[in-house]
Design a protein around this ligand. Structure first.
Ligand code: F6P
Length: 357
């Protein structure tokens, strides 16, 4: 008999349901007697004992469904050890709910913050297996996260659509891409969408270099320019500031996001007409792409196998084209970022893409 709890935490993404279905199918098909409980709205469900029993029927038809059938929430790790507004010890409450249901294992699907809490629960003695989700692909210990490829498709579509209108009007267009503090999504969507300039947090930009590239294109007869700008892109001057100085500066920041600041600078310094498009949360929505369906199903079934073998304390990751077990303590608290000298960056530069550096 195996009793499993499952939850999805943090920002949602495509293929969460596909991954859970992978776990469930593997376990329900194993011949082992399995009981599965889904905690609702992430760690909140585990803290407050809000759960429902899951059967095979819950996973029928969800392979292609975006979002998460369990709901999700952000439960910041920073405050996880603080009591809630009624004085409840949240960590203790999660442990108690785990023990009350006599769980053998918790399956936790999430990104960076989620993994810190998952690792904390592991260190508190709970059996935990995690699955790497996020459109940002910024999770340490895995080359790929599910949700990422689907988001690349959506961001690429956005750039494709902008291309035709930018060309018709001879305008400069900025497409702002999600990714939090890392540039994987922008880099991949930017290359796939044929962006002329890609700005990512890992490579601080010089606005003069950006404008030079636009002018160079104009001289060569291309009257429009497409910039793929990561929401976390940062200028060379700002990158030099200490954390404290940057925080102070941002208090009086008057732009909705960095793309609008860049747009104003280009407009003022070069006279070019600039438009900004922000696809925003559309990048996290809709059906998972086929890659993510396959990838999440594989990770899910491997997680199921690990549970059947009693192997706990791992994230199921993907390294060098192999599915691997990564100890949770190695994953928690680390960010995977684009190396400024990565092959993909060098190759993009060979294509003539400007990074503003
Ligand atoms: O981590 C996924 C992500 O979509 C980031 O790319 C983005 O910065 C953030 O979540 C947005 O968070 P929220 O959905 O809470 O606005």
């Amino acid at each position: 008999m195996k009793r499993i709890g499952m939850l999805t935490s943090g920002g949602d993404c495509q293929a969460l349901n596909a991954a859970m279905r992978g776990v469930a199918k593997c376990l329900f098909n194993s011949g082992e007697n399995v009981e599965m409980y889904g905690f609702l709205e992430g760690y909140r469900g585990l803290i407050y004992g809000n759960f429902r029993m899951l059967t095979g029927r819950d996973f029928s038809g969800v392979l292609t469904k975006g979002g998460t059938i369990l709901g999700s929430s952000r439960t910041p790790f920073k405050t996880i050890k603080d009591p809630d507004e009624n004085g409840l010890d949240k960590v203790e409450a999660m442990k108690q709910n785990y023990y009350k249901l006599r769980l053998d294992c918790l399956v936790i699907l999430g990104g960076n913050g989620t993994h810190k809490t998952a690792n904390l629960l592991r260190s508190e003695g709970l059996n935990v297996v995690t699955l790497p989700k996020t459109i940002d692909n910024d999770l340490w210990g895995t080359d790929m996260t599910f949700g990422f490829q689907s988001a690349v498709n959506i961001a690429t579509d956005a750039i494709d659509c902008i291309h035709t209108t930018a060309a018709s009007h001879g305008r400069v267009f900025i497409v702002e891409v999600m990714g939090h503090k890392v540039g994987y999504l922008t880099l991949n969507a930017g290359i796939a969408g044929g962006a002329d300039i890609i700005l990512i947090p890992e490579i601080p930009y010089d606005i003069k270099k950006v404008i030079d590239k636009i002018e160079e294109r104009n001289r060569n007869g291309s009257m429009f320019t497409i910039l793929a700008v990561a929401e976390g892109a940062i200028s060379k001057e700002d990158a030099k500031l200490s954390k404290k100085e940057y925080k102070e500066k941002m208090k009086n920041y008057k732009f909705p996001s960095v793309s609008y600041e860049i747009a104003q600078q280009i407009q003022e310094k070069s006279g070019h007409e600039v438009r900004v498009t922000v696809p925003g949360h559309t990048q996290r929505g809709g059906s998972p792409c086929p890659y993510d369906r396959v990838f999440a199903s594989r990770l899910g079934s491997e997680a199921g196998k690990m549970i059947l073998n009693g192997e706990y304390g791992f994230m199921v990751g993907y390294k060098n084209r192999e599915i691997v077990k990564v100890p949770l303590e190695e994953v928690a608290g680390k960010l995977k970022m684009v190396a400024p000298d990565a092959r993909i960056v060098k190759e993009a530069k060979l294509l003539g893409i400007c990074f503003g550096d």
